[in-house]
Design a protein around this ligand. Structure first.
Ligand SMILES: [Zn+2]
Length: 485
């Protein structure tokens, strides 16, 4: 059997002010056929998994472009088309292929294309024909479209948020598509639209239980895969929203009824699932009154959802309270990081920090800082066993608070974003992180309590007020109390 793989990954915040362009992908990572050879990003790990599975099963393996960019605004059209056409050219040149396995995001929007995944897969289908098995792994924060399902043989999403299961889901996709190409299965997909826009961490109830039930349903005869598309609220497309996807072996009725039953289960939980986060002062009160170490999430300034990562509101509130034994990271400010690195360890300077990228950034802060460490390049643990680049990073002491400032825009995934610079987290009572939820994967073990804080910034959780123009309609929860009635 001949197997092909490639992937383009970015989650487009259509409300973000700046485009995703060549530099965004160059910084995030681009591998032209050699992603499996080195590196520790999810793209490297998935390419390596497919390479090793194919080798173990005695299949031919061809690897094309893998590309990833930190979320921001729509991808520049010619940048998307160049990446897409590189993958198509590789399929034409090295084909024919029995199996095509793609790692995509599912919420990628280009300047002239609202559904890049369906566009790419449709063009691949034209080349490989109806007999080739095309499998797509998506992030659950996708705009899962019928157009994509019509063109792919199997679409499988990560089930966990944080997305720690990207490798097992990739392996499931491999096995399903190889079996389809061998004529052993006929994957049949059906989608149920929950008519919801929401935020669904799977580290707590009720979502943790739902993930368990999805896995239990997958063990039933005839069911091949169950995926819940959380949706990406900050992408305005026709297909934005939460959906349940079920794949059966050649049984459309079973797929439909299973998707609807599980989808209505999520729908029944919609009130309990709606995020209710304390504001900054309430979150800091909670932390002050907690007995152990509290991790506070700056949920709205999460670069992983397309926010700048340079809003100063939470840090300023911590400074106003005179907090000691506290840390905050990471603020994306390449100019400040560079100035501090040039000043050198031990330098004390007045620094204009953050607040640089637009209204979501808020105002900058002028602060007296002590440069305590410099690391270039800095990195941190990411999802699962992956690692992610942080670029030039500095540890600043600002009154009693240890602050990380860095040059590559990224959310804060892991404690080594701090400890890799020498910051001791063992004596910290409050650790503030710029992340909506992925931080839970690595920070939960050292937190006595986690507080998701409703900060000002680009990733607001008031889903009823997101100004959708392109969404199919506005008949969704929480804008409408009972949209399925
Ligand atoms: Zn996601």
């Amino acid at each position: 059997m001949r197997i092909f793989t490639g992937g383009i990954v970015t989650e487009t915040n259509t409300f973000a002010p700046w485009p995703t362009g060549e530099r965004g992908f160059a910084e995030g990572g681009m591998w032209h056929g050699d992603a499996s050879a080195s590196g520790e990003t999810p793209q490297n790990l998935v390419a390596r998994l497919y390479r090793d599975l194919a080798a173990g099963d005695g299949h031919d393996f061809t690897e094309s472009l893998f590309a990833v960019a930190q979320p921001s605004g729509p991808t520049v059209q010619r940048v998307y088309e160049a990446m897409r056409d590189e993958i198509l050219a590789d399929i034409r040149q090295h084909g024919p292929f029995d199996v095509v396995l793609l790692l995509l995001h599912g919420a990628m929007v280009a300047a002239e294309c609202d559904d890049c995944e369906a566009d790419l897969v449709g063009r691949i289908r034209q080349i490989v024909g109806p007999s080739g098995a095309i499998g797509v792994e998506l992030d659950p924060h996708c705009h899962l479209s019928q157009a994509l399902l019509d063109k792919a043989d199997a679409v499988i999403l990560m089930k966990e948020y944080p997305h720690t299961d990207f490798l097992p889901q990739a392996e499931e996709l491999y096995r399903l598509c190889v079996a389809k190409a061998a004529g052993e299965l006929n994957p049949t997909s059906r989608l149920f639209d929950c008519r919801m826009v929401g935020f669904y961490p799977t580290t707590s109830q009720p979502m943790a239980g739902l993930v368990e039930r999805m896995r239990a349903v997958e063990r039933r005869p005839g069911v091949l895969s169950v995926s819940f598309a959380h949706g990406f609220p900050w992408g305005d497309t026709f297909d934005t929203g939460s959906k349940m996807l079920v794949i059966t072996d050649n049984d459309p009725a079973l797929a439909s009824e299973t998707a609807e039953r599980l989808g209505r289960e999520v729908y029944g939980l919609r009130a309990a699932l709606a995020p209710r986060f304390p504001d900054i002062e309430a979150a800091l009160d909670l932390a002050a009154n907690a007995s152990g170490r509290v991790v506070v999430a700056d949920t709205a300034d999460n670069a992983g959802g397309g926010a700048p990562g340079d809003n100063m509101a939470l840090l300023l509130a911590m400074l106003r309270r005179g907090l000691q034994n506290a840390a905050l990271g990471s603020i994306w400010d390449p100019i400040a990081a560079r100035a501090c690195a040039d000043a050198g360890v031990g330098a004390r300077l007045t620094l204009r920090l953050g607040g640089k990228c637009g209204t979501a950034s808020g105002d900058p802060a002028d602060l007296s800082v002590l440069v305590t460490a410099v690391r270039d390049p800095h990195d941190q643990a990411g999802l699962g066993d992956s690692r992610g680049a942080m670029g030039l990073a500095v540890w600043l002491r600002i009154d009693g608070i240890d602050v990380v400032v860095n040059s590559i825009r990224t959310q804060t995934f892991a404690p080594d974003a701090f400890t890799g610079l020498g910051i001791d987290l063992s004596d910290k009572r409050l650790i503030a992180v710029k992340s909506s939820h992925h931080f839970q994967g690595h920070f939960a073990p050292l937190a006595d309590q986690v507080v998701h804080c409703a900060t000002p910034g680009a990733i607001q959780m008031n889903f009823a007020e997101i100004p959708y123009v392109k969404r199919r309609d506005l008949n969704y929860f929480p804008r409408v109390a009972d949209p399925l009635s």
